[in-house]
Design a protein around this ligand. Structure first.
Ligand code: PDD
Length: 284
């Protein structure tokens, strides 16, 4: 299962799929990607994901492939019999002899799409129960708004978390503010207000984040877009993270310090439930 990949115009068995050793994605991390939810065989929030890919590529001055990305994602999911899961889309600048400067315009971007199944009941259950996070110094570049495939600081941070039995790492910048997680957006609730970092070059504007912002409005919950400190997390009434793969997941401790005595705030459970409905809404 989940063994077929779309590679530059063809569906191939992953075992036979090849990446050129001079692909700039492989050599420089020179490319962008997206991860989208497949809910009951349907793509969730396809349009914002495709738009964000377009934007990332534009910022990197990589041509957007002239392909029906949505259709190819669905086909990749189908080929792999993925009813519930994710699709991964990667576009690199293409293949050229190694040289930092861009290759000639005739070099076409390389496109890879894969898909794998995920257990949403498990994701939702973990989200309601809550997870532990750690903090880690923000060592990333100043263009975290681009969904670049170059993710060394992110994978180092995630592993740092896993090494101490935590689920995620939240980056804290030099001014003491939390930006986001290694692969998730970060949120706290304080009194009646839900707080998350505003859209700047310091974070990825998560699609899940955007959906949750709309859901908050519908629920009549106050939203404040501002950075928050590590101390604020420790003193918060609740904390959570969002992404395509974790949906809405409660955070019950940071750096070993319980948040709200380790109890998940009811409002987080409400937001998580509404997001779950959103996922099911795509399924028809
Ligand atoms: N990560 N911030 C970062 C750094 C991310 O890598 C992601 C997503 C998010 C949340 O974005 P969205 O809600 O659009 O998934 C925020 C994906 C899932 C990944 O790298 O696997």
């Amino acid at each position: 299962v989940n063994e077929i990949a779309y590679v530059n115009g063809q569906f191939v068995a992953k075992a036979d799929a090849q990446v050129n050793i001079e692909d700039r994605g492989y050599q420089f991390g020179d490319g962008a990607y997206e991860v989208c939810t497949i809910a009951n065989g349907q793509l969730l929030d396809a349009q914002p994901h495709v738009k964000r890919l377009e934007r990332s590529l534009r910022e990197l001055r990589i041509a957007m492939p002239d392909l029906n990305i949505e259709q190819l994602c669905l086909e990749t999911a189908q080929q792999n019999h993925v009813e519930w899961g994710i699709v991964y889309i990667q576009v690199s600048r293409g293949v050229a002899p190694r040289n930092h400067a861009f290759p000639d315009k005739s070099v076409l971007p390389a496109v890879v799409i894969t898909s794998r199944s995920m257990s949403y009941p498990d994701v939702f259950a973990r989200g309601e129960k809550g997870v532990a996070v750690i903090s880690t110094p923000e060592i990333r570049w100043r263009r975290c708004d681009i969904k670049s495939i170059a993710l060394l600081p992110n994978i180092m941070a995630k592993q740092e978390a896993r090494d101490v039995g935590a689920f995620e790492a939240w980056f804290v910048n030099e001014d003491g503010f939390v930006t986001e997680g290694s692969s998730t957006n970060a949120w706290i609730i304080r009194d009646d207000t839900v707080i998350t970092h505003p859209v700047t070059n310091a974070i990825l504007n998560g699609i899940t984040r955007q959906v949750v912002i709309r859901l908050l409005e519908k629920e009549g919950l106050q939203l404040k877009l501002r950075p928050f400190t590590l101390d604020e997390v420790k003193q918060a009434d609740g904390a959570f993270m969002t992404s395509t793969t974790v949906c809405v997941t409660a955070v019950t401790s940071i750096d070993g310090v319980d948040i709200a005595d380790g109890k998940v705030d009811d409002r987080i459970l409400t937001i998580a439930a509404r997001y779950k409905e959103h996922v099911h809404s795509a399924a028809g």
